[in-house]
Design a protein around this ligand. Sequence first.
Ligand code: PFF
Length: 456
Amino acid sequence: MAKKVQFGSRIGLIAATVGSAVGLGNVWRFPAEAQANGGAAFLIIYIFCVLLLGIPVMLGEFSLGRGTHSDAVGAFRRLSPGKKWWLTGALAILASYLILSFYMVVAGWTFEYFWQSLTGDLYRGVRETAGNDALSAGFKVKMADYVGSTWKPLIVTYVMIGLNLFILMRGVQKGIEKMSNVMMPVLFVLLLVFACVAMTFPKAMEGLAFFLHPDFSKITPEVCINALGQAFFSLSLGMGILITYSGYFPKETNLTGTALTVSALDLLVALLMGFIIFPAVMSFGLADEGLEGATLVFVTLPEVFAQMPLTEVWSALFFLLLMVAALTSTISLAEVSIAFVQDHFNTTRRKACLWVLLPLTVLSTLCSLSQGVLSDFHLLGMNLFDFLDTTATNIMLPTAAILTCIYLGWAAPKGYFRRELSNNGDLGGRFIPVALFIVRYVAPFLIGVILVAKFL
Ligand code: PFF
């Protein structure tokens, strides 16, 4: 069914789409990947992946959403009625829902750490029990105790679900767009403040040199695969998010310009994160500690803050930044299912929000408990949290992305991609044949390589 809902302004549309792209992926995946894979050499390959594959695939998703004004399933149904291509959209929706279930739990952790920074509990407890010399061990124990406990992580997960519900129920313009218009500037200002502070650290330049020095000897096929995987994760590709959001783009939106702006801003955030994290860990002698995911955010960075003046202030601001990044991403992940439910079950937006987020509460509860009391419950040797992460991110997401490219390249109505990208011929488009070539031949092959490589 065609939707009449639209983003109200170009700024709002960009803020919402960038809000989806900028998330925990930029903060805790990017620096770790860069550190492990040759610093600037990884960066160059990553930029190459964004330009060569990320932007064309993003354009593909934009064309599907904006051309049909439908959700991820409806887009395929409208373009190819009676065919099974809608299953691609269904796979994307399922992947986004499963990712949302554990992403919400981590979003909750960021809220707890923000709160504990404000109250000072985060540092008081660790300093008392571990002392200043054993901060690392102290924060590790604190994190393990916290995520493994039963009630505390659950409460903050529910708070995040409640915040999502509050924003999403207000609708696309008054909820998603308005929130993004406030949150994204806050996020960029906070990032810039942190980048400036990081430049004053004693070993700032050493940190930057480490981040920006290209070590090409570290470039292997595996590094290229990691860079491509990171580009897809960070740009929110293959999950129906961009199809859904572009369903709210007005007819005259310049899709190529939007894709370039969104990708550039997402890259800028990843770079700024590198400019903050490497000077910080280098200056405080933590360069050998974990920069991977949760350890970076909940152990290594608190150690940095503990050694800075105004510990609690910087810590609270940083976890606020993370919360904002996580919240705008959870909103976009949830909107994929909400748009689907609203369109296909012909229901009101409020009911669709409840239908999506109430069952999510159960799934997120199980994910949270899988870090503690349910940690012995294993699926294919993993706890539920890791199982969902692995299947959704490593298998379902690339599969949906490959199918979307094959559909657009080979099965969509003839000339559809070209018409959408050129706004029915109103915009010039020398880039369009290149994008089509990539979507048709290059992207399915390379994403297929990632998919297979993850199993080897
Ligand atoms: N792109 C966001 C991030 O990098 O965190 C949100 C996100 C989308 C995360 C899709 C994970 C994902 F699979």
